[in-house]
Design a protein around this ligand. Sequence first.
Ligand code: 4AD
Ligand code: MG
Length: 478
Amino acid sequence: MERLKIKEILVSKEREKDVVAKGWVRTKRGSKNVNFIAMNDGSTIHNLQVVANVENFDEELLKNITTGASLAVTGKLADSQGSGQAVELIAGKIELLGKADPEKFPMQPKRHTLEFLRENAHLRFRTNTFGAIFRVRHAMAFAIHKYFNDKGFYYMHTPIITASDAEGAGQMFRVSTLDPKTPPLTEEGNIDFSKDFFGRATNLTVSGQLEGELGATALGEIYTFGPTFRAENSNTTRHLSEFWMIEPEMAFYDLTDNMDLAEDFLKSLIRYALDNCMDDLQFLANRLVQEEKNKPQDQRSMELIEKLRFVVENDFVRCTYTEAIEILKNSKYYKTNKFEFPVEWGIDLQSEHERYLVEKHFKRPVILVDYPKDIKAFYMKLNDDNKTVRAMDVLFPQIGEIIGGSQREEDYEKLLGRMQEMNIPADEMWWYLDTRRFGTVPHSGFGLGFERFVQFVTGMGNIRDVIPFPRAPKNAEF
Ligand code: 4AD
Ligand code: MG
């Protein structure tokens, strides 16, 4: 007999033939005569109501149908008498696949805190909230591949183990097979990485961009979508030590083309979510309203679906870093000392500044360009003022920076100069510099933090709740 997913069953018109549903019990309620079992199989946020007439089943079996138990139920579909659903399954046969001792199973049918669920990340998939989040996460990953494929970009797999520090920030996890107790030493007493597995010091990558540029300057337009790693000690709601990044890289694109692509890309993904994930988004929107009930009115965020539509329907603001500093300095927030961090030309913006610009000043997503060269990576194209680079950060409400990118320096001499100024070992990066020596072209790209984006779409406040198993400082359980 054919097993149907609950998503299919809920819209099925079949009333004659037996169907089989399999899944996990969310709740059971009922009377002396009849039990109502809400069952979920992950195919949708909605549960299937299974109706079991008590007299037809073994008492022991019914007793073991508790929250978390797994079942295979065979029976006929019927128009539902209850209000919550159109169809229900009248159980003919129930097979108990796995019990879940109610004394021990942590996921009880009540509201658990997100903190509790993080400690039980192995089981949190079984909740409505995390089911919805991970279905949306999947849909967004699919939409990303579809977007680029439709545009003729190639998916390029860049290495996870590398010897270079693409961002030059030195926040890398070392990859080594040397014995940490007795590593080989050089004459100067340093660790001798020439004896290490790769014959040199290697790390987990912080970005696939540098290799992406090698692909783009031949294939034209590529994108990467893979895990990246940063050993920064940031315990915030927007940082992970292991996160997924999407990095398109395009030959013959200048900064304006890059911004146009980033804006169209983000809008198109959100449109895909609105068109394909409405049940889950609606659930997450209601969840957010509940969560924010106790917050003062002015600290509540915009209703989730309204916010998503708003981003799709409005142009992003484009503004220079220098203008942004002026806006911040002239703000009431600044004048009444409401910012925790200083505002000064040359200093990197903090998320409080980014969010002020987006949420209070412009009231829509913002693309900031032309940042001071000293706070950005070595590969960004220098502007004629010699002070700023053709960088762009896309800033979103609640999140702050969601995309970082730039036009790349395509001039060999200028790039080499920047590397020397910033102590980037140019000799080790000969392969990168070769793109500028042979047939160099203007090119651009950006990186979208996948989890920050999923946070935005799902309205989740903490980045650790949008990746199945978060990696953060002092946190690598599961
Ligand atoms: O701004 P970032 O550091 O840019 C790069 O890595 C460039 N190589 C991208 C490129 O031009 N190809 O990182 C890009 C994005 C950020 O805007 C942010 O969304 C996300 O990656 N990100 C993080 N997300 C979660 N946890 C962290 N620790 C993150 N660091 C950056
Ligand atoms: Mg950045």
